[in-house]
Design a binder for this molecule. Structure first.
Ligand code: GDP
Length: 307
């Protein structure tokens, strides 16, 4: 995803090789090239501004080690700033004091929520947890079935009452039913069946939609989640920022999951979302398989970008 940005940055650093002390003009030129590289990668403007300002200030202040040559100094500053805009520290999941811990997933249709639900469940199961997946996407045909398939692959239980069971009100194949009731009931189910974690998959629409937002907010109120994870497709570029803002206002979330980092988009969404939302990126998905998933580490991502 970051190939072009990596190439651009590496040529900026190459231009600095062999230079002695950097003049103000050198620093300005470097900051300008980095700015262009970030803009071309589709990074949101406020993020680009903060980034280039920080680079100029720090390069002039020469606060970095005297043992580094100018090229190494700039690489160090860019690395530090990348880590910073990606969130600094790795942010771990918050667990409830009394189980079950409830994690709600929100995001647009196609963002990768259902796939992520399976990945997260598998990852938690490997750590000794006993998660249950909850099917609250009752809008998209086959969403429940898809979650059941994902659950089976991940080796975890799925809470989705049988078709015809009017108690939950939903069927496994189609629209209808009350997702808020399903969500609420699933918590009781988890307690009874001793699942220590509940992962609630919610419905998304192709675009931001007031009804969808309200439904997600109602589910949130019903299950009082310990974490609401906003799942966003990193391939959608600048649009990710608008979607994130809408979900932030409509539902609120405590963390971000970036999906499709294996794609060939320019990476700007990944670099902007933390700054724009103020919430940490917690996990990353980079493929369709359940194991294509990891905790998000800002420092590792920065190193990857710098090659
Ligand atoms: P939902 O509508 O948000 O539940 O999205 P889905 O989980 O159904 O995912 C939509 C599509 O994106 C599916 O075809 C997934 O296989 C695919 N997908 C999900 N995550 C990733 C990922 O990290 N990388 C790639 N390449 N595809 C993904």
């Amino acid at each position: 995803m970051f190939d072009t940005l990596s190439d651009r940055l590496s040529s900026v650093f190459t231009n600095l090789r062999g230079k002695g002390r950097l003049s103000d003009a050198d620093i300005d030129a470097t900051a300008r090239e980095i700015r262009i590289a970030l803009l071309e990668a589709d990074v949101a403007l406020p993020v680009v501004r903060q980034f280039t300002t920080a680079i100029k200030e720090r390069a002039r202040g020469e606060e970095v080690s005297k043992a580094l040559n100018p090229a190494q100094q700039v690489i160090k500053i860019v690395n530090d700033e990348l880590v910073e805009i990606l969130g600094g520290q790795t942010r771990r999941l918050q667990f409830a004091k009394t189980p079950p811990t409830v994690i709600m997933l929100a995001g647009l249709q196609g963002a990768g929520k259902t796939t992520l639900a399976g990945k997260l469940a598998r990852w938690l199961r490997e750590q000794g947890h006993t998660p249950v997946l909850v099917a609250c996407d009752l809008q998209r045909p086959n969403a429940v079935t898809q979650l059941q398939v994902v659950g089976e692959r991940a080796g975890v239980a799925v809470y989705a009452p049988e078709p015809g069971n009017t108690d939950g009100g939903q069927t496994s194949s189609g629209p209808g039913g009350d997702p808020v009731k399903v969500a609420r009931d699933s918590i009781e189910f988890a307690r009874r069946a001793q699942h220590d974690m509940v992962i609630v998959d919610t419905a998304g629409r192709l675009g931001i939609d007031a009804d969808m937002m309200q439904q997600a907010a109602d589910i949130r109120d019903a299950v009082q989640p310990d974490e609401v994870l906003f799942v966003v497709d990193a391939m959608v570029g600048q649009d990710a920022v608008n979607t994130a803002e809408a979900f932030g206002d409509g539902v609120g979330f405590s963390g971000v999951v970036l999906t499709k980092l294996d794609g060939d988009a320019r990476g700007g969404a990944a670099l902007s979302v933390r700054y724009v939302t103020g919430q940490p990126i917690m996990f990353a998905s980079n493929g369709e398989k359940l194991e294509d998933f990891d905790v998000f580490h800002p420092d590792r991502m920065a190193s990857r970008i710098l090659g």
